[in-house]
Design a protein around this ligand. Structure first.
Ligand code: ATP
Ligand code: MG
Length: 266
């Protein structure tokens, strides 16, 4: 957008000096860098200025629901964190466990523990369930064993020899999550894990995410089904037009009908 100022201090102008990242994010944890932290992230698709100065922290083991209306910038924020090429990160710092994601490519972000489960699931055609999982483990660092993934998702174990793309939508979502856990994940990014699924399957995946939560997996969940996400998450961040408009406890959003109406239309 031409009427928006270009952010200053483009990446590379300001190398990390070992201190806590820049100005602390909106909610800081007593001055210490959080386990995961975005600070003043600006990202563009070509000329389109989409992520407009997003800052937030996630503590280790915490589940954060990233919410907002259609087009608010949720997927774009997850993609910026995972360091995929589009949207291009033009300004800001992103830290995971003291490592500068903003200086990395997507493959490096994956190597240090970013696990993005994209909305479209991307199950690889022509491979069985088990081959999809094994492929995820082809390069270190390896995460959960395949048997452990089958313990979490017994349906995947039952269908281990079936071609992944012939699974039901819910089973494909389980495979997409399982495949991510097969790698050594420090921050799980879930983009609309319940999308297009029948309520009974949503409940099944919710139970699994509860189990993953009890194991202490640090997670950011984006979900149109905001109520389900709020019940799972400890904290909620609401985006509107590419900016953070709320950062607080999930319960505060559940208790605040005006806030939900204004930014989530529920
Ligand atoms: N590849 C792209 N090129 C240009 N603009 C894009 C692209 N992808 C998304 N956008 C725009 O960026 C804005 C934010 O999109 P984004 O997908 O991040 O929103 P979202 O909050 O995930 O929405 P939804 O709930 O619909 O998934 C929207 O205005 C969208 O049209
Ligand atoms: Mg989206």
């Amino acid at each position: 957008m031409s009427n928006v100022d270009q952010p200053q201090n483009l990446l590379g102008d300001k190398p990390f000096d070992g201190a806590a990242p820049g100005t602390p994010p909106a909610k800081t944890t007593g001055g210490q860098p959080a386990y995961f932290s975005c600070w003043d992230v600006h990202a563009y698709y070509g000329e389109s200025y989409i992520v407009q100065g997003v800052s937030f922290d996630v503590r280790e083991g915490e589940i954060v629901a990233l919410l907002g209306r259609n087009g608010a910038g949720k997927t774009s924020t997850l993609r910026a964190i995972a360091r995929v090429d589009d949207p291009a990160l033009k300004h800001g710092e992103i830290w995971l466990d003291h490592q500068p994601l903003h200086e990395m490519k997507s493959y490096q972000a994956a190597q240090i523990g970013i696990g993005l489960v994209p909305e479209d699931r991307r199950i690889i055609q022509g491979l069985t369930v088990e081959e999809n999982l094994k492929l995820a483990q082809i390069a270190p660092p390896v995460g959960w064993s395949i048997e452990r993934i089958y313990d979490l998702f017994p349906r995947l174990g039952e269908r281990r020899g079936q071609e992944g793309t012939t699974l039901s939508g819910g089973e494909q979502q389980m495979l997409a999550i399982g495949r991510t856990l097969a790698r050594d994940v420090k921050l799980l990014l879930l983009d609309e894990p319940y999308e297009g699924l029948a309520p009974v399957i949503v409940q099944e995946i919710e139970r699994t995410l509860d189990q993953i939560k009890s194991l202490g997996m640090t997670t950011i969940i984006v979900e149109q089904n905001a109520i389900a996400a709020l019940h799972l998450a400890d904290r909620a961040i609401i985006l509107d037009m590419g900016q953070v408009v709320f950062d607080g406890k999930s319960q505060e959003v559940l208790d605040n009908a005006d806030l939900r109406q204004q930014y989530l239309a529920i």
